[in-house]
Design a protein around this ligand. Structure first.
Ligand SMILES: [Zn+2]
Length: 387
C-alpha cells in the first residue's frame, strides 16, 4: 500500500519536458518503499526541475527521470548519498538519434554516413548534405567536439545540421552553396571523451585511449594530426592535457577522419569548432611563418566575424592560430591546409571566460545562430572561389 501511495507522488509529475543538450535520463532502481520515498523527495524538490518519464509499476521498479544538465551534479550526489542505484540511459545517444531524425526528415538532402569508430568502439557518424547523386563534388568538412568538454561546439553543430537541412530551398545562400558543394558534418569527433564528460568528468578534454606502459589515459586529438607532429605547443608527457600521442594519427578518431577525407579527395574547406574564447583563426598553429594564403584567409575570416557579430554584437578576434592564441602543432586545420584544403578555419565559440566550458543552456541557440552567419559567409566565399 505504501508503495502505491508513493507511486502517485511520482506519476503526478510525468509531464514531458523537451530534452536539451547536456540533459540526461537516469534510470533509478527503487528497491523498496523507503527508496521510493527518497526518490519522491528528490523529484518533488523545485530546485532540480526533474521530469519523471517512467514511474515504477507493479512490474518494474525502474524509474526513468530526465535530469536537466544544471542538476546533474547535485542529483548524482543525492542519489549516491541515499544509496540509490542508478545508471544513465540516454546521454550521447541523443545526438545520434537527432542525426537519424534529420536524415529521416530530409531524405533527399541528408544522409548519415559511418566513417569509423572510436577507441571504445562507439560508431562515428557524419551527416552528409548533398543535392546531387554520386560523384565527388567539392566539399566542406564541419568538425565539432574534438575536445570533449567543449559542449557548445557539439550543440552548435547539431543545431547547424538541422538549419542546413531546413533552410535548403528557402534561404538562397545555403541553397546555392548546396547546388555546388556537399557538406559533411561530424558533430562528435571524440565520442569517448564526450561520454566521459557526461558521466565522469565534465572537464575531460582528450580521447580515452590507453597505451601500454603509460600511466595516464587519453591523447589530445587536436595535437595528433600529421602536421608538424610533436612540434611546438604539444607535449610528449601522456599525462599532459596536450599530449600528442605516440605517433601521428595514433587516435583512431583522428585516423578515421583523415582516411575519409583523403579517400574523398575533393574537400575545399575544413572548419573545426571549439570553445571558448571567441576567436576565428586560420593556419598556422605550428609556426609563426605566414601561410601562403594568409591574406585571403584573413579577409574571409574578418568578413565572417563581422557577419557573426551582426546578430547580437558578439565580437571575435581574428588571426593565425599561432599568434592569436598559442603555438599548437598537430592540429586538424593545419593538417587540412597542408593537405591542400585551402579554406581551413578554427572557431573558438562563446564565451570569453565568464562561464568558459560551462556555458549555460540559454546561450546555446544564440551561439548557434550567430555562428551560422559566420559559417555561411565562409562557405559562400568557398562557393565563389572553388579551385
Ligand atoms: Zn578545443
Amino acid at each position: 500500500m505504501k508503495w502505491i501511495l508513493f507511486l502517485g507522488a511520482l506519476i503526478g509529475l510525468s509531464c514531458g519536458r523537451e530534452k536539451f543538450f547536456g540533459d540526461q535520463v537516469f534510470r533509478i532502481n527503487v528497491r523498496n518503499g523507503d527508496e521510493i520515498s527518497k526518490l519522491s523527495q528528490l523529484v518533488n524538490s523545485d530546485n532540480f526541475k526533474l521530469d519523471v518519464w517512467k514511474a515504477p509499476s507493479t512490474f518494474s521498479r525502474l524509474v526513468d527521470v530526465l535530469v536537466p544538465s544544471v542538476s546533474l551534479q547535485p542529483v548524482k550526489s543525492f542519489l549516491k548519498s541515499q544509496g540509490l542505484e542508478y545508471s544513465v540511459t540516454i546521454g550521447d545517444l541523443q545526438i545520434y538519434h537527432e542525426m537519424d531524425s534529420i536524415a529521416g526528415d530530409f531524405p533527399d538532402l541528408a544522409s548519415r554516413v559511418k566513417i569509423g569508430h572510436s577507441f571504445e568502439n562507439r560508431s562515428m557518424y557524419v551527416l552528409k548534405f548533398g543535392t546531387a547523386e554520386g560523384g565527388r563534388r567539392p566539399a566542406v568538412w564541419l568538425n565539432a567536439g574534438i575536445h570533449s568538454r567543449e559542449w557548445i561546439s557539439v550543440a552548435t553543430a547539431i543545431w547547424t545540421a538541422r538549419k542546413i537541412a531546413s533552410d535548403y530551398g528557402k534561404d538562397p545562400t545555403i541553397t546555392s552553396i548546396l547546388e555546388k558543394m556537399d557538406i559533411f558534418l561530424l558533430p562528435v569527433a571524440n565520442p569517448d571523451g564526450y561520454v566521459y564528460t557526461q558521466s565522469q568528468n565534465r572537464l575531460w578534454r582528450k580521447t580515452r585511449s590507453i597505451y601500454p606502459r603509460s600511466r595516464c589515459v587519453g591523447t589530445d586529438p587536436n595535437r595528433n594530426w600529421n602536421a608538424s607532429f610533436a612540434g611546438e605547443g604539444a607535449s610528449d608527457n601522456p599525462c599532459s592535457e596536450i599530449y600528442h600521442g605516440p605517433h601521428a594519427n595514433s587516435e583512431v578518431e583522428v585516423k578515421s577522419v583523415v582516411d575519409f577525407i583523403q579517400e574523398h579527395g575533393n574537400f575545399k574547406c575544413f572548419i573545426d569548432l571549439h570553445s571558448y574564447s571567441q576567436l576565428l583563426m586560420y593556419p598556422y598553429g605550428y609556426t609563426v611563418k605566414k601561410a601562403p594564403d594568409a591574406d585571403e584567409l584573413d579577409k574571409v575570416a574578418r568578413r565572417a566575424a563581422k557577419a557573426l557579430a551582426s546578430l547580437s554584437g558578439t565580437t571575435y578576434q581574428v588571426g593565425p592560430t599561432c599568434t592569436t592564441v598559442y603555438p599548437a602543432s598537430g592540429s586538424s586545420v593545419d593538417w587540412a591546409y597542408d593537405n591542400g584544403i585551402k579554406y581551413a578555419f578554427t572557431f573558438e565559440l562563446r564565451d570569453t571566460g565568464h562561464y568558459g566550458f560551462l556555458l549555460p543552456a540559454n546561450q546555446i541557440i544564440p551561439t548557434a545562430e550567430e555562428t551560422w552567419l559566420g559559417l555561411k559567409t565562409i562557405m559562400e566565399h568557398v562557393r565563389d572561389n572553388l579551385y
